[in-house]
Structures are given as structure tokens and as C-alpha cells.
Write a protein that binds this ligand. Sequence first.
Ligand code: SF4
Ligand code: SF3
Length: 539
Amino acid sequence: MFCFQCQETVGCKGCTNGGVCGKKPRTANLQDLLVYASRGLSEVTTRLREEETDVERAVNHLVTDNLFTTITNANFDDEAIIDKIQKTVDTTKKLRSELKNQSGLTEAALWNGDGDWDEKASQVGVLVTENEDIRSLRELITYGLKGMAAYLFHAEAYGQIFPEIERFMQEALAKTRDDSLSVDDLVALTLETGKIGVDAMAALDGANTAAYGNPEITSVPIGVGKNPGILISGHDLHDLEMLLEQTQGTGVDVYTHSEMLPGHYYPAFKKYSNFVGNYGNAWWKQKEEFDTFNGPILFTSNCIVPPKDSCKGRIYTSGASGFPGCKHIPEDENGKKDFSEIIEHAKKCQPPVEIETGEIVGGFAHSQVIALADKIVDAVKSGAIKKFVVMAGCDGRMKSRSYYTEFAEALPKDAVILTAGCAKYRYNKLNLGDIGGIPRVLDAGQCNDSYSLAVIAMKLQEVFGLDDINDLPIIYNIAWYEQKAVIVLLALLSLGVKNIHLGPTLPAFLSPNVTKVLVDNFGIAGITTVEDDMKAFFA
Ligand code: SF4
Ligand code: SF3
């Protein structure tokens, strides 16, 4: 195996002997094979579209699901991955026969699933591309597409489809092994990926808010109630809705974990009296938190930490997520999921043990912030707010991430943090106060709600009559971990945002030359120490 797609990769180089995330070498190889098969299918669908043949919804969904399956910490289940490879190969074979022009297809598009899969898998990974700059750009694009696929998957859970985004994703994926593309072509494709990433985040924002209303200021309790509970994690709000519906009148409470916290901010979920609060912190603390939670846990996406054997029986997965030995709840032909087994399971469990008390405040997505625009603009004009600091992104287990807590604490009192994603758990319980009633940590929501932060920045640019978004008093100090953060980063670059600081370390998949392109054109930089960064940012 060779995997370097996330921030925690071994030695900031690559995992070769099992992942820090717990991914076994065989799983890593099978994921590579799934990406390979998806690329082959994408080449065929791209050609079909060129020949003006429509591509069915199920085929588009398959590619999206496959890419989502391979993001960090989403799916560790070899059997599930093997099924997806088989389905992909069968679909490619069928669609290939519909092509008018079948010449010049790559090996991936021609692969019929023959040969030994484990052997094949070890020959189709990242290192197949020898030139390190081409490899770097190909992987940067692929990881952006994986993040985009995750967002699109959730957006399409409501029945609406986004054919233009699907078309782009497949065309771009096919191009990641097109030897005729130069470094410049790939740089252009990287930016295009960011541009379509904005569309994917907007699609998800539109789908979520159409279904559940616009997030609004909300205090979310972090203590516990007296009933047994189900803990729901991940990013799929549609699953949250189904779980809340199905738990009504059962005596079972529902708690959010990690990236599901922003579920509380949506008006539509406030009517459920058993929707008690948020339990715990970011994904990487789940082992201990699941012990004390006592009840079953539903993962609707990443990030899964391989559970202890004693906890496995309480873990369920849905959507693209999976873990061997944990029950996967499938979706029926109408997109419905039956969570009754989890509810019955919860009834037999003890209520959660309280690990903290109090509440956290969030719900500052674009609509809520724009509703407060007058107040915010006045605060900026009067000098009460001097800077906004975007600290969105992911949290992770590395010790060095205490930087983000210390950075938040060290910020001048006239700076406001704009956040989204699970990065917020590093500082959202610090009690940083407010500025004239505006909290100093404005949480827009999940990582995909970084879209809201971009909308807010564009709104401020308009209100202040600025020509360039970079003239706003905003600093970007973003923490990344997995591939959704990659699409968020590419999306911000495509919107013209410059001077983003990315940490705790720069991606291992960026070669020195590709890093130079990002530094020269976009001012991308890493982080140093809190002290030095404070001096540099507030010079
Ligand atoms: Fe390593 Fe990250 Fe890949 Fe897991 S996802 S194998 S930790 S690089
Ligand atoms: Fe977190 Fe995985 Fe990225 Fe969605 S849950 S931000 S790390």
C-alpha cells in the first residue's frame, strides 16, 4: 500500500505498512482499485456524453459513492469495497458496449475484473505516476474530487440531482491518468475542480436549507438527559431527520457527535423534544466517548476510528461508511432507511454518562450572519471588530494541533473567529466572550458550510465596496485533515482568496514544485508557532 491522502500520513510522507487511521494494507489497496475502476467507468461515461448518449442516474451515483467510500476514515470494510468494485466493472463493461467509438480506451476502462484483484490493486495506486509533479497534481485533483463526491452524495440524498457536477467529476477523474496533459493543464484542472467544488457546496447548502430551513443562532446543550440515547455522527442530515422521525415516542433520545453538531442549528429539527444535545468532541476522541455514551452509535459518513471489540456491537453505519463487523443500514429504493434495530438496541442500554455540562452556541451560516450584517458592519466601522479569522477545517489527533487552541486564546480581543468543520472543537468551549453581543466564535456548521464563510466574505466585500476579496480584514488559518478540506481549499482558491495558512503541516502529496506554484500564485503558507504567527498576522 501507499497512501498519503490525509494530514496524519506517516512521517508526513506516506503510509506504507497500514495507516495511522487504522486502514489495513489490503483495504488501502482495494480502495486504490476502486478508484481505478471508477476512473475506467468515468472514461466510458465521458465518452458516452461526447457521443450524446445519456448516462443514467444510478451510474453517476455509483461513481460518486465510490469516491466517497475511499475518503479517509469512511469505509474500512473490504467486502463492501469488493462489491463496489464488482458493480463498477460490470457497469463499465455494459456501457462500453454502447460506445460507438471503442478505440484508444485506457487499461482502466478496458478492465473486466479479470486477474487476481489483490495483485492488480497493488499495481494501480498513486505511485504508478512516476513524475512527482504530475503525480502531485493528479492526486490533488483526485482528493478534491473525493471531497466533492462526499458533498454531492449528501446533496443528492433529497432526490435532486446535479448532472453538471457529476459530468465534471467523471471527466476530471478520467483526466487524472491522461498522459497527454501537461503540468499547466493539470494546474488549470485543479482550479476548475475548485470552481465546481463551490457549486457542490452550494448544492448541498441549497439542499439542506430547502429541507430544514436556514441555520439560526442556537445554544446546544452538552450535558445529558435521563433516557437511553443514540449518538449520530458524520455529515448526513437526511439520516438525522429519519432517525429523529423514527425515534418519536420510543423513549430513546438522540445526541449528535462531532460533525453532526450543526444539525441542532436547523429550525426543522427543533420540534423534536428527544433531540437532546451534542455529546463529546471531534472524531478522534470517539473511543473514550463511545465507552461512556453507553448507547448505539450511527455513523453516516467519516470519521470512524476503528472501534474496540467491546464497542463494535454498538456501532452502525449508513451511506458510504462501513466497518467490518458493524451493521450497515441500507437504503431502500425510495431512499428510506429503517433504523428500528438501532432504536431497539438503544432501549436495552444505559443512559449516557455525563462528561461535561453547559452549552455551545452556533448557527452562524450565511443567512444568520447576513441578518446580523448591520450590527457586524457597525462593529467593524467603529473599530470594535478589527479582524475576522477563518479557522475552519478539520480536527485531528496530532499533539501539534494544540496550536489552534493556543492561537484562539492568544487572538486580540477585537478579533472574531469564523469557523466550520470539526476544527472548532479546539476552541469552541473556551468561552472567548463576545463583542457587543456578537460571539467571538461564529460557527457556520459542518466543513461543507465553509461555503457559508465564502458567502459571508463576498457579502462583506460588497457592503464595504471593495474590489478585491483580499482587501477585507480577514485572515485564513485553516486546519486540514482529510479530503473534504482539500475541496474546501481548492474552492477558496477558485474564489480568489489568497494568503491562506494551512496546517498543522502542509500536505505530503504536494511536491516542492507544486507547493511553489501555490505559494507564488496564491500565497499559501504553513503555520509556525503561535507567537510568531500572531506577530506575522497582526503586524
Ligand atoms: Fe495514512 Fe491517512 Fe491514508 Fe490513512 S488515510 S492510510 S492515515 S495517509
Ligand atoms: Fe471532521 Fe472528519 Fe474533516 Fe467534516 S469529521 S471536518 S475531519
